[in-house]
Each structure stands twice: as structure tokens, then as C-alpha cells.
Ligand binder design. Structure first.
Ligand code: NAP
Length: 247
């Protein structure tokens, strides 16, 4: 069965590991090409956009793709919307492999906001230094703010707020490491989007331990495709689909 995995996440890499060498599936992994040094992948990989939903539908037909797993990031809403539309147009089954969102627990002080603009607005009454872990492409609403920032990103952002320290790093992170970082920079507020998952959750534990407020940007609305929360579940979905097409 010919499978397309839309990737760019740890979960996509985990699924690629399960699919690699499985003779039942002929899989292509697709990456947007944003990361400068992408991690090595165990599957044949294509890079770059398809040209919108229409381009993706054309690709699915041209490559005779029989199933798509959208394992992109929960905030990559454009490619996910394109996948829904393209799979519907081409008649190809689609499932979403994603992470469960983080949920506030005892001792957390979260300010929930719908988008990054609202996150910038929510900072008015919250203390410096503001730790931004929102992705290098999401900094625009913060650029003009006269605040002290700590920005962490995988690759260098195109632009930074004028009073910002930059840390280039890629998870997973530890609680001790995060507490040390917050203390070293005098962080008073954390801003993050609700990506979910374990690899970057230690910052939330650290904020709780230090009693810091968190501005949490909510996820964009989900589509209608089935949602799976583990690479093994995505594998089971593919196997079930394979069995139903063979029957
Ligand atoms: P996006 O806004 O949803 O997508 C913008 C465009 O990039 C899409 O319309 C598509 O171009 C192309 N694209 C995105 N993912 C693709 C993929 N896996 N394969 C081929 N083309 C892809 O996406 P984004 O938020 O910029 O994220 C880009 C990539 O980084 C995704 O793979 C995502 O999983 C990963 N990522 C995103 C975040 C985040 O916070 N957004 C965090 C970590 C990793 P066309 O319309 O031309 O097809």
C-alpha cells in the first residue's frame, strides 16, 4: 500500500521508524523543508510544499497514494487543512497523528489565549523577563513590545524584539535544565503554545515549581479526520485499512 506521511514532528519520525522496512507499505515522508538541519529519516523523503490543497490532491493521484497520515505539528494548520481537502477530493483515507494537549494542573497559573496576538496583549500585567517558546515564525506580535525577552528556537529567527536574549536549542529538555535556564535569565513569565507532548513539557513543570505565570496559546480548531495519539495507533490504522482494501 502506498502511504504518504506528512511530517516535521517527533511523532512522524516515530511512525517512519515503524514503517521503514515493513514490506506491506511503500511510504514517502514529506517535510516542509523549514528546519536547516533536519534529523535523519529512515524513509524516502520529499521536501517542500505541494502547491496548496489542489497540488496535494494532484500529487496523491499521480503517486497513487492509498492512505495519508497527517503527522504535522498541531499548530501547522494550513497543511492540515490542505490534507483534509486534498484527501476528500482524491478519495484517499486520512488520519491525524498528533499529541494530546497539555492540561493545567494543581499549582499552575495559566492564562489561556486564542492566538499569538492575544498572547502579546496578555503580557501587559505580567512580569519580565518574558520567555518566548513559540517558534521562530511566531514572534511578530512581540517585536514592538518594550519588554525584556528570552527567546528559544531551533533555528535563528529572522527578527527579534530589541531587548531579547536568544537561545538556540532543540528538546527534549529536563526539569533541572529548565529551572536553571529560567533562573539564569530572571524569567518572570512563560509564553508557549499548547503543542503537547513530553519533549518540551519540562518548561511547564519548571514554571509551576517557580510559581511563574504561563500564557498558553490554544490550538487551532481540529478537522474531521480520525485523531490518533501514538505512532503504534497510526500503524494499526494503516494495517486495518490495508486489510479492508485487500478484503
Ligand atoms: P503550515 O503553516 O501549516 O503550512 C504552510 C505550508 O507549508 C503548507 O501550505 C505547505 O505548502 C507547506 N508544508 C507544511 N508542512 C508540510 C509538509 N510536511 N510537507 C510538505 N509541505 C508542507 O506549516 P508550518 O506551521 O509552517 O509548519 C511547517 C512544518 O514544520 C510542518 O511540517 C510542521 O509539522 C513542522 N513544525 C511546525 C511547528 C509549528 O509550531 N507550526 C512546530 C514544529 C514543527 P503547500 O501549500 O505549498 O503544499
Amino acid at each position: 500500500m502506498r502511504v504518504l506521511v506528512l511530517g516535521g514532528t517527533t511523532e512522524a519520525r516515530q511512525l517512519a521508524g515503524l514503517l521503514a522496512g515493513d514490506a506491506r507499505f511503500q511510504t514517502t515522508l514529506s517535510l516542509a523543508g523549514r528546519t536547516r538541519k533536519p534529523a535523519p529519516q529512515p524513509l524516502p523523503t520529499r521536501m517542500g510544499g505541494f502547491g496548496g490543497a489542489q497540488g496535494l490532491a494532484d500529487y496523491l493521484r499521480a503517486e497513487s497514494v492509498q492512505a495519508v497520515i497527517d503527522a504535522t505539528h498541531p499548530f501547522a494548520n494550513q497543511i492540515s487543512a490542505n490534507a483534509e481537502a486534498a484527501c476528500a477530493a482524491a478519495g484517499v483515507p486520512l488520519a491525524v497523528l498528533t499529541r494530546r494537549p497539555w492540561v493545567a494542573g494543581l499549582g499552575d497559573t495559566w492564562c489561556l489565549v486564542p492566538d499569538m496576538g492575544a498572547a502579546a496583549g496578555a503580557l501587559a500585567d505580567l512580569p519580565d523577563t518574558v520567555f518566548l517558546t513559540v517558534g521562530r515564525q511566531e514572534l511578530e506580535p512581540f517585536l514592538a513590545l518594550d519588554r525584556r525577552f528570552l527567546v528559544r528556537a531551533v533555528d535563528p529567527p529572522d527578527a527579534l524584539p530589541s531587548n531579547a536574549a536568544l537561545v538556540l536549542d532543540r528538546g527534549p529538555y529536563t526539569l533541572d535544565g529548565e529551572i536553571a535556564l529560567l533562573r539564569a535569565h530572571g524569567v518572570g513569565t512563560l509564553v508557549t503554545k499548547n503543542s503537547g507532548g513530553d519533549a518540551t513539557a519540562a518548561k511547564l513543570d519548571a514554571a509551576r515549581a517557580l510559581g511563574l505565570p504561563v500564557v498558553m496559546v490554544d490550538r487551532p480548531p481540529a478537522g474531521t479526520a480520525p485523531r490518533l495519539y501514538a505512532a503504534s495507533d497510526a500503524m494499526a490504522w494503516l494495517v486495518a485499512h490495508l486489510s479492508s482494501t485487500a478484503a
